[in-house]
Design a protein around this ligand. Sequence first.
Ligand code: ADP
Length: 595
Amino acid sequence: MSAKTRIPRLFQKLDFHFVPVELAKDPDAARRAKITVVVALVLTAACPLFAAVALFVYGQPAIAMVDIVAAGIALSVPFVLRSTRSLTLASSLALGVTVGAISLAAASVEGLTSPALTWLAAVPILASLIGGRRNAVRWALVCGAAVAAMVLLERWLPNREMPVEARRGSAAWNYLLMFAAVSTFAVLYERLNERTALVLAAAREALEKAREQAALSDRLHALGRLAAGVAHQINNPSAFVAGNVRLARDTVAQVRAGVTPSSELREVEAALSDALTGAVRITETVRDLKSLGRAGDERASPIDPAEVMEVSLRIASPQLKSRCSVEKNLQAVRPVWVNESRLGQVFVSLLMNAVDAMPQGRSARENLVRVTLRMHEGRVRAEVADNGVGIAPDALGRIFDPFFTTKPVGKGMGLGLSISRMLVEQLGGSLSVESVLGEGSVFRVELPVTPAVEPVVPAAERDDAPSRRLRILVIDDEPLVGRSLARLLGRRHDVELCTSAVEALARGDLPRFDVVLCDLMMPGMSGVDFYERVVKEWPQLEGRIGFLSGGTFTERVRQHADLFSARLVDKPFEPEKLNALLAALSGSGRDTPQA
Ligand code: ADP
């Protein structure tokens, strides 16, 4: 067994036999206990040696006896430690015996001039390792007292006049022993430190893991709340979309069969319009969720915030009017560089929260919502203030966290403020709050004003539908999506459908299409792979390919979507955007949107 493995084993045994469990739990106390035990064991071995020298070399039986007693006391130290669990008692015994043994060894040879006395220097050092600075000072005083006692008793000490050779020999041995002891101690101490460092590193790692675990369960908890909220938000509208569409389909079938009069078609129209409302609601929920993962990919332009605030007030007016009175002070401000509907989303969110914050049982006249807009230090400042319930100080720091909500499931998802803050910060602005519990809150949006340069509106956003009839190939693995696109575009264009990129490539007739619209995320070959293959085989088609996205999931697809954002339309499709994209893609190369 090498020294490398032997030393740690020895320490493990020390742990097992002598260090009480209570001390072993604390790495620092365990280290001090181990030093005490090592000191005691060294003394147990050294004292009989001193006794032999005292008896046989210097003929001092009395001192030899005291040395033997000291060895016995030293041997008892580990047992005292284990039984009393008192580190102070055990270490005092060990250090006391050390001072006694060294003083006796010196006294038995040549008193004050004995090199053995220099060993006393080790005592305060050991004391500091065991019990810190104060302990070191205490034991330095004890050592000083031992030296003083020796000065007082000098005349009674034996063998004061030793031959020079003997003194030299004794000094040499003492110094050699001292060097050996110091280096052994250094090695042991380093090992102890290494082990302590390992224990600390392991503890830190365990702590880190526990922290990660806590964060994960926090996320899972949040996800659970989100799932409940989303399920509720989507369930209701999807139920009446399905119900109304079914009703419309059955009624149309009955009208066509002549069973029902065609006047019933009015009913169909109403059902379809309800279904559309439901579909829009689902779209909005999905859009909110998508913007949480990836906001800011929509185009911005110079917008008058006052106009956006007016529109937001109109959108929120059913809720606002039924529960509150609104005070408006919208001053003329400079335009801001934003995406209009996103800024509207922020304002509507703040207005709805203000309505929700109003306590039950107060009249609309008492519930005040104050909306202001003005310039402040070169920035546009919009404020939505309410005299509602206010926000508790401990919740104030969390209201911008995603999924934090105090509203019942279904009513609040806790996304409004987190999305709003993200949107506003992406525009270089800030969203802050001041609130007093029981008195109300003020939410403040600050936005930088628009830079002087006029923006270039990308082709994909121009609302100019292509004038000629186009041949369009739609590739989407979801047949229903393909069919709805075909229905949407089929009146003005010739649309063909494929359910995979492989199927589209296999046709071999891609160049005959004016526009190819390809879903980005598809099983097998993705839209990105398809694009790369087509560009390689038919470079002339490059500018005619557009992309459909229902949310980007892989990093590669996400990067592609960023690069080609100008020729990407999100599902569910907005007809204007789709038309603009078709116009741009079919613009015979001149108007082809570039990535
Ligand atoms: P949600 O409205 O879905 O709960 P938000 O992120 O918009 O999500 O708001 C988070 C929480 O912040 C709310 O549940 C509410 O506790 C608190 N809050 C937001 N606006 C106000 C307000 N004007 N007054 C009091 N509390 C508010």
